[in-house]
Design a protein. Structure first.
Length: 197
């Protein structure tokens, strides 16, 4: 009986110590919460506009933009890059992209998804508009492939908890990585536009 009580107290001490080691779940950065995934006519569409009034002639900017796209997408995560439409007269460029979004990469763990999307650039006067749309995912392609569209997977109604204060397990990582991807595209493009050509 004495041994049983000792074992119980020891087990209680270990459980209590382990509970203290478990970190509480960190709150989600507000930039990923309500309104972070915009929808236009029911389709997820990320958009950003740049002022290019001091970036030289439109023709020159258009050709520089084509070069930037090829350079930006020249990495090991890109599976396919296809110029869907190039209109040098109206300064519009549409590029279809298939690349990997990596959620976790460790020695024995690789969690990633293919993301497929259309990236559109259009210049009107002094404004350059960048748009990312027609987004879908191809997940677990080596095991049991799953396909999702952004509309059914990462929108506010599909990905946020009832209170709007957190992301649903599984879907949240897709939302975060997609938002980060579009922000990276725009940040890298902005850096490029601010460099002397």
């Amino acid at each position: 009986m004495k041994n049983l009580i000792c074992c119980f107290l020891l087990l209680l001490g270990v459980t209590s110590a382990s509970a203290q080691l478990i970190k509480p779940k960190e709150p989600v950065d507000p930039k990923y919460l309500a309104g972070a995934v915009p929808e236009v006519d029911g389709q997820v569409t990320f958009t950003r506009t740049f002022d290019v009034s001091d970036k030289g002639p439109a023709d020159e900017l258009y050709h520089n933009l084509q070069r930037w796209v090829k350079r930006y997408y020249n990495n090991e995560n890109v599976l396919k890059l296809q110029n869907a439409k190039a209109d040098s007269v109206n300064h519009r460029l549409e590029t279809g992209v298939v690349e990997y979004l990596v959620f976790k990469s460790k020695a024995l763990v690789l969690d990633r998804t293919q993301i497929i999307y259309m990236l559109k650039f259009s210049q009107k006067g002094s404004k350059l508009n960048v748009q990312m749309s027609q987004i879908s995912y191809y997940y677990e392609e080596e095991r049991s492939p799953e396909k999702y569209t952004a509309e059914e997977w990462i929108t506010d109604s599909q990905c946020l908890n009832k209170k709007g204060t957190g992301l649903l397990l599984g879907r949240g990582k897709f939302r975060i990585k997609t938002i980060d991807k579009f922000n990276d595209i725009c940040d890298q493009l902005e850096n490029f536009l601010n460099q002397p050509q």
